[in-house]
Design a protein around this ligand. Structure first.
Ligand code: WT7
Length: 649
C-alpha cells in the first residue's frame, strides 16, 4: 500500500495557484534567494510602513535570535478585517455552526469589524494596554475570534487556553504570563453537554491569586444562560458592555516583531512552554500557507474543524483565512453529535469546498463504516486535509474514497505549534500524493535528517527531523524564558532547529513523519508531556512514584499508559484506579485521562536511579521480544512482575 501514488489530476493542477513547475521554481527561489522571495511575499499584507528587509536570524548556539520584517509596521486585525471592507464588506467572513444543528449564523466582514471594534473598546476602557496579556478561555463561538482580533487590534497579547483544560491548568497559564484579564463564557456546549467555563475560570483565578497574580477583570459571554457566580466590579457581561461601546476603534500600529500571541504547549518537562509568535512574519506565513496548501480561491467555503484553543485554530480558522478574505466555518460541536453523519451534514448544509480535520476524527468515524457518510451528498467538497499526527494509510484511503468519492486530493500537513503554520505538505495542484506521507517541504522550508550524533543523513534515510533555515512563521522565544527556547530547540543539534520528530525520507524525497522521539506523546492530535501526567499522579496522596508512556491506540493514535507505585500500606483497588483517573482529569483536563493504570511495585531503574522508559514502552506496547538488555537494571526482577501484570487496554 505504501507504494501507491495518486497523481495530481489535470483539472486540479490547472486551477491551482501552483502546479508542479511553479512549485519547483518558487521553492528553488525561496531557498536560494530567501530575501528576495520573502520581500515579495510581504506584499500580500497591508503595511502601515513596509519593511525594507526580510529575515535577520541566527541559529548559532547559544545566541539564537529570530527576526523577520523587523522595520515594518502593521496591524493584524486591520489585515484580517479592515482591508476587506471595501470589496467584501457584505461577504460572509465567518459561518458559525452551533453544537445544536438548528443553530447557526453568518457574520459578514462589516459585522466582524463592528464586533471586534466594540470589544476592543471595552478592553481599553477596562485598562488593557498594548503588550498586556489577555487569557481567552472560550467555547467555539464567534466571540472567541472577536476576542483574538480585538487583542490584535489594540496590541494586547492573547493566550488562549483550550476549554477542556482544568482550573489548575488554566491557573498555571494565567500565572506564567502574568495575565490579569480573562475572557470567557458562562458555559460551553459540546455534544449536548455543558462545560462550566466561568466556574472553572473563577476557580483558576482563586488559585492564581494564591500565587500572586490578581485578575482584575473577567469578560463573560452569555452562551447558555446557566447559573454562574458573579463578582461585581471584576466581572463584566460581554453583551451589555459591547452594546454600549463605540463601534469605532483605530488599529494600533505594531512593529512586525511585536508579540501577537502566546500559546502553551507540552514539552518533555512538567511545565508547559509559552510559545511566542509575533506579528508580521506569522501573518505572512499563515496567509500564504492557507492560500497555497488549501488552494484557496475567492468565494470558497472553507472549514477547519479544530478548536481555537490549539494552534490549528489560530492559524487556520482565524488568522490565515481572514487575512485572505476567506469564508471560514467555525464549529461548536463534535463529530458524533447528534450522530456520526454530523461532519458531512454540515458540509452539505453550508456547501463546504475545503475540509480540514485530524486523523483521530477520521479513524473514529471510520469505525462506524460507510453508512453515515453515504447518507450525505458531499458533492461540494473539492479538497480534504489532515493535521496533528501521522495518518495511517488505511484511514487515508477511507478518507479519500468514502468521504471524498475519489475526487478530492488530501493534503497531509505536518507542522507544530512552534512553526506557526504548515511546513511539510502537499500542494494540491503540484504534488503527487502517497497515503501516509506529508510529502515535500513548503516554500522556504529546509528539512534535514540527522543521526543521534547530529551527522546529516542524505538520500533515502531515517533520522531526527531538523530544519536548518528560519522561516517567517517560526516561534521567536518561550515567553519569559529565552534560555529555555534555546535549550529546547537548538542545543541537541547545534545550529539547527530540532523538531522532536522522527522521520523517514524515501527515494523520491518524500517525508514520512514517524512520531515524537522525545517524551511527548500525541493523544488524539493533542500533545501531552508524559512528565505532566506523572506530576499530576504523584500529587495524589496514595501515589509514591509513577512513570507514564504512550502506546499505539487504534483511534487516538497514542494512548496514555501509567505505571503507578503506591505508598506503603495503600491497597491497590479498582476504585483507586478510577480515583486516580479522575484525579488526572481534574489536575490537567479530560484530554489527559489515562487509558491504563498498572500497579507497579517497582519501576525498572538503572543503578543510578534513572527510569528505563524504553522497557516500559515495550511492555505497554505488548512487545516483550525486544526488551533489550535488562542486566544493567538495579533489580531486573521488576520487569517480570510488570509483564505479568500488564493491563489490557
Ligand atoms: C506534533 C505537533 C500542527 C498543529 C497540530 C499539532 C505531530 C502534526 C502531523 C502530520 C505526522 C504530525 C508531530 C508534531 N504532527 N502534524 N501531518 N503528520 N505528525 O500541533 O500540538 O504542536 O503538535 O504533532 O509529532 O511534532 P502540536
Amino acid at each position: 500500500m505504501e507504494n501507491k501514488i495518486y497523481p495530481v489530476p489535470a483539472e486540479v493542477a490547472k486551477r491551482a495557484h501552483a502546479d508542479a513547475a511553479t512549485y519547483q521554481k518558487m521553492y528553488a527561489e525561496s531557498v536560494e534567494s530567501p530575501d528576495t522571495f520573502w520581500m515579495k511575499e510581504a506584499k500580500r499584507l497591508d503595511w502601515i510602513s513596509p519593511p525594507t528587509k526580510a529575515g535577520n536570524w541566527t541559529y548559532e548556539y547559544p545566541d539564537v535570535s529570530i527576526k523577520w520584517y523587523e522595520d515594518g509596521t502593521l496591524n493584524v486585525s486591520a489585515n484580517c478585517i479592515d482591508r476587506h471592507l471595501e470589496k467584501r464588506g457584505d461577504q460572509t467572513a465567518i459561518i458559525w455552526e452551533g453544537d445544536d444543528p438548528s443553530e447557526d449564523a453568518h457574520i459578514t466582514y462589516s459585522q466582524l469589524h463592528d464586533q471586534v471594534c466594540r470589544l476592543a473598546n471595552v478592553m481599553k476602557a477596562n485598562g488593557v494596554k498594548k503588550g498586556d496579556r489577555v487569557t481567552i478561555y472560550m467555547p467555539m463561538i464567534p466571540e472567541a475570534s472577536y476576542a483574538m482580533l480585538a487583542c490584535a487590534r489594540i496590541g494586547a497579547v492573547h493566550s488562549i487556553v483550550f476549554g477542556g483544560f482544568s482550573p489548575d491548568a488554566l491557573a498555571q497559564r494565567i500565572v506564567d504570563c502574568e495575565s490579569t484579564f480573562v475572557i470567557t463564557a458562562d458555559e460551553g456546549l459540546r455534544g449536548g453537554k455543558k462545560v462550566p467555563l466561568k466556574q472553572n475560570a473563577d476557580n483558576a483565578i482563586e488559585i492564581a491569586a494564591i500565587q500572586g497574580i490578581h485578575v482584575e477583570h473577567v469578560i463573560c459571554v452569555k452562551r447558555t444562560g446557566g447559573a454562574i457566580g458573579w463578582e461585581p466590579g471584576r466581572d463584566i457581561w460581554y453583551g451589555e458592555a459591547t452594546q454600549a461601546a463605540s463601534p469605532d476603534c483605530p488599529p494600533e500600529p505594531m512593529n512586525a516583531e511585536d508579540p501577537l500571541f502566546i500559546l502553551y504547549t507540552s514539552g518533555s518537562t512538567g511545565q508547559p512552554k509559552g510559545v511566542l509568535h509575533t506579528t508580521g512574519g506569522y501573518l505572512v506565513w499563515a496567509a500564504m500557507t492557507h492560500q497555497y496548501v488549501f488552494d484557496y480561491h475567492e468565494g470558497d467555503i472553507y472549514w477547519c474543524t479544530a478548536d481555537v484553543g490549539w494552534v490549528t485554530g489560530h492559524s487556520y480558522i482565524v488568522y490565515g483565512p481572514l487575512a485572505n478574505g476567506a469564508i471560514t466555518l467555525m464549529f461548536e460541536g463534535v463529530p458524533n453529535y447528534p450522530d456520526n453523519s454530523r461532519f458531512w451534514q454540515v458540509c452539505d448544509k453550508h456547501k463546504v469546498n475545503i475540509f480540514y480535520t485530524a486523523p483521530t476524527a477520521i479513524r473514529a468515524l471510520m469505525q462506524h463504516g460507510d453508512g453515515p457518510v453515504k447518507a450525505t451528498d458531499r458533492s461540494s467538497l473539492r479538497l480534504l486535509g489532515t493535521v496533528g499526527e501521522p495518518i495511517n494509510p488505511e484511514a487515508w484511503e477511507w478518507y479519500y474514497h468514502a468521504v471524498g468519492n475519489g475526487n478530492c486530493p488530501i493534503v497531509d500537513t505536518w507542522w507544530q505549534t512552534e512553526t506557526g503554520g504548515h511546513m511539510i505538505t502537499p500542494l494540491p495542484g503540484a504534488t503527487d500524493l502517497k497515503p501516509g506521507s506529508a510529502t515535500t517541504p513548503f516554500f522556504g522550508v529546509v528539512p534535514q535528517l540527522v543521526d543521534n550524533e547530529g551527522a546529516e543523513l542524505t538520500g533515502a534515510a531515517s533520522g531526527n527531523l531538523c530544519i536548518t533555515a528560519s522561516w517567517p512563521g517560526q516561534m521567536r522565544t518561550v515567553y519569559g524564558d529565552h534560555e529555555r527556547f534555546v535549550q529546547t530547540y537548538f542545543s541537541t543539534y547545534k545550529g539547527k532547529y530540532f523538531t522532536g520528530d522522527g522521520c523517514r525520507r524515501d527515494e523520491d524525497g518524500y517525508y514520512w513523519i514517524t512520531g515524537r522521539v522525545d517524551d511527548v506523546i500525541n493523544v488524539s492530535g493533542h500533545r501531552m508531556g508524559t512528565a505532566e501526567v506523572e506530576s499530576a499522579l504523584v500529587l495524589h496522596p496514595a501515589v509514591s512514584e509513577s512513570a507514564v508512556v504512550g502506546f499505539p491506540h487504534d483511534i487516538k493514535g497514542q494512548g496514555i499508559y501509567c505505571y503507578v507505585t503506591l505508598m506503603d500500606g495503600v491497597e491497590a483497588t479498582d476504585d483507586l484506579r478510577k480515583e486516580l483517573r479522575n484525579h488526572v482529569r481534574s489536575e490537567i483536563g479530560p484530554i489527559a485521562s489515562p487509558d491504563a493504570i498498572q500497579w507497579a511495585p517497582g519501576l525498572p531503574k538503572t543503578r543510578s536511579g534513572k527510569i528505563m522508559r524504553r522497557i516500559l514502552r515495550k511492555i505497554a506496547e505488548n512487545d516483550y521480544g525486544s526488551l533489550g538488555d535488562t542486566s544493567t537494571l538495579a533489580d531486573p526482577s521488576v520487569v517480570d512482575d510488570l509483564i505479568e501484570n500488564r493491563q489490557n487496554r
